[in-house]
Design a binder for this molecule. Structure first.
Ligand code: ADE
Length: 349
């Protein structure tokens, strides 16, 4: 049911009036009729790890933010926060910048009375039906321990403010050096939970990478930045996605080579690269393309690959079998859901 409503919402985009202040439920009251999106435009940016982030306007983002009702408990919580923020603006202080990205800024706000923290993502959105609004609409419906909460959002002129849960422990991308296998697997398990939740809601992230995996003080991993997220289920049936989308080190081979691809397997692949990165502090290849030597060696399972510096670190680790199931070149042979993966793992042990 959730899929249908989310997808339905996402399939007919509506204009959203300027200076919109909304919690999830208010979206329904403030929408008007829509226009369709134009052809994809390709944009390349550098992300903080120095890899090229390739962003196209996703083709499956004709989204309509109506009829989505989060749980009443969630609504109450959101309303309270929104209300508090509107009525007590003077109680919030701007603490510091948390990050600057291609999308805009993230700043940290602190409520001087309650000591509550919020991260505010500030994004320029040119049109009143842009993909940033779509991100907010999808994101505001997702409530899981391993996904950063979007409490509410506000559009003021051409700027969208997204009020997010604050994760004070930096990102997985900030961690220096390789992690011990146990630590890597603990993070991986949380990543798996978060991604599994997104997939269960019909959403595919499409930009899973260490910079987008935030940590709390107590080491809870939270997936963030749903800017390239898309919906991949329509009436219970998976629909193919299009668009050259993601950060190239983490992009599955089919994104480079196919016109369309299935949603969940591209996230599974990216999770495999993240696991590799945690275990080795390096990246397996710059692109999953046959012009890249390490990738060719991996595809052909050449023994030589294990003599290379990074790959050496993996030898003998139990995670290697997990990597081999995630980094399967053919997406139809790649485990496409976590339950399948877990069954395989149990069979192995
Ligand atoms: N950087 C970007 N988003 C953030 C968040 N929600 N918490 C902490 N740092 C961030």
């Amino acid at each position: 049911m959730f899929f249908f409503r989310l997808f339905f919402c996402c399939c007919r985009r509506r204009n959203i009036s300027e200076d919109t202040w909304t919690t999830s439920n208010e979206i329904t009251k403030r929408t008007k009729n829509s226009s369709r999106k134009g052809p994809s435009d390709l944009k390349k940016e550098n992300d903080s790890q120095g890899s090229r982030k390739i962003v196209t306007t996703p083709t499956r983002t004709t989204i309509n933010p109506v009829t989505l009702f989060p749980s009443s408990e969630l609504l109450d919580r959101n309303k309270e926060k929104a209300q508090a923020h509107i009525s007590c603006k003077n109680e919030w202080e701007d603490v510091k910048f948390l990050g600057v990205g291609a999308y805009g800024y993230v700043r940290l706000l602190r409520n001087v009375k309650t000591e509550e923290f919020l991260a505010v993502k500030e994004v320029k959105c040119k049109s009143s039906s842009s993909k940033e609004l779509i991100e907010s609409i999808i994101h505001s419906q997702l409530d899981h321990r391993n996904v950063i909460r979007l409490f509410f959002w506000r559009k003021f002129g051409q700027t969208l403010f997204m009020y997010l849960e604050y994760a004070s422990g930096g990102s997985l991308g900030d961690l220096k050096g390789a992690l011990a296998e146990d630590d890597a697997l603990r993070y991986f398990e949380q990543l798996r939970e978060g991604v599994d939740f997104l997939h269960s809601r019909g959403a595919v992230h499409r930009d899973i990478k260490p910079d987008n995996l935030l940590l709390t003080e107590d080491g809870v991993l939270k997936i963030t930045d749903l800017g390239l997220c898309s919906i991949f289920v329509w009436r219970g049936v998976q629909v193919p996605l299009r668009g050259f989308v993601g950060t190239e080190h983490y992009m599955a081979p089919e994104i480079f080579t196919s016109r369309s691809y299935r949603g969940p397997p591209v996230d599974m692949w990216a999770c495999g690269v993240v696991l590799f990165n945690m275990l080795t502090a390096g990246l397996p290849w710059s692109r999953a393309l046959t012009c890249h030597n390490n990738y060719v060696l991996w595809v052909h399972r050449r023994k030589k690959i294990f003599t290379r510096k990074l790959w050496d670190k993996l030898e003998g680790l139990s995670s290697l079998s997990l990597l081999k199931r995630l980094l399967v070149v053919d997406p139809s042979e790649r485990d496409s859901n976590w339950h399948q993966l877990r069954r395989q793992e149990n069979r192995h042990h």
